[in-house]
Design a protein around this ligand. Structure first.
Ligand code: ZN
Length: 284
């Protein structure tokens, strides 16, 4: 198949969350081909519906790169059995990521175990969980990308909340910086951070920027999880951050990841993709 990359949509990737209410993974793959979007990043619910082996074939036939699999992580748990279950699930995530040829497995590391107020302890569990998973991931040739999440998610989704924390984890667990462990930089989570520029440079120097996710921060934000904005509709200087990650050596795609229950999930998915492409050209 001859693809038309006359514009820069080759460096655009569709995270399936962006149209998760409208499309299956098969439809997302077809949509990327129709709109000449170069990459895709499935969430595991969509991947499981399709089946990893079948998805791998469809993605390969479509000529798409897989900029990441979302997601592994959720390491902290109240009991050893809970931690073991998380580890087993993460091993499967690594294997599925390898099956579909993903460039990395995204780690949303998890928050406080149920009933806990010990965030330092949760962060220790995250560190131990990544260390344990890293062995399996290295054997599978699958880089792990720690995605720091905005601090409003520290309790229930991720207690790694700044790029500095993620870089510190990389330094501690993979000091040789061989590409097996890195970071995913999502503008939604890190745009507010006064240390962002310094930490992007730090991650770049170690060759650790494995992913770049884009959307926008709406003012006001109506829902903490499901009200992300389309690029250009909010307050993030996305182009400036993209310039920073590219200056730091990142040459990968910009992955559009928009959770938007009341707006973009209600629209025609082809219209959503067209808007993503237009905004990618003007504000990303
Ligand atoms: Zn993200």
């Amino acid at each position: 198949m001859v693809r038309d990359f006359s514009n820069d949509t080759a460096l655009l990737s569709l995270n399936t969350a962006t149209v998760s209410a409208q499309w299956t993974l098969e439809q997302c793959i077809d949509g990327c081909v129709r709109h000449c979007i170069g990459g895709i990043a499935p969430w595991r619910d969509k991947l499981d519906e399709c089946g990893a082996v079948r998805a791998a074939r469809l993605i390969r036939e479509a000529g798409l790169r897989v900029t990441g699999l979302c997601r592994g992580g959720m390491f902290p748990a109240a009991t050893p059995a809970g931690r073991q279950a998380a580890f087993d699930d993460n091993r499967r995530a690594v294997d599925d990521a390898a099956t579909i040829g993903a460039e990395c497995l995204i780690l949303v590391v998890g928050g406080l175990p149920e009933g806990s107020k010990d965030i330092a302890g949760a962060r220790m569990q995250v560190r131990d969980g990544i260390a344990a998973l890293l062995e399996h991931a290295r054997a599978a040739g699958m880089p792990l990308a720690i995605e720091p999440l905005h601090p409003m998610y520290a309790a229930d989704r991720a207690c790694v909340n700044t790029l500095q924390q993620a870089n510190d984890l990389c330094d501690a667990l993979a000091p040789d910086a061989d590409g097996g462990l890195g970071v995913a930089i999502d503008v939604y989570h890190v745009w507010w951070d006064p240390e962002l520029k310094v930490e992007i440079c730090r991650a770049g120097e170690a060759g650790r920027i494995l992913g770049f996710h884009v959307c926008d921060w709406l003012v006001p934000t109506a829902d903490l999880l499901l009200d992300r904005g389309m690029m250009g509709d909010g307050v993030i200087d996305i182009r400036k951050i993209r310039g920073g990650v590219e200056a730091a050596g990142y040459g990968g795609a910009s992955e559009v990841e928009i959770f938007s229950k009341e707006n973009w999930w209600r629209r025609d998915a082809d219209e959503v993709l067209e808007t993503c492409i237009a905004r990618h050209q003007t504000v990303v």
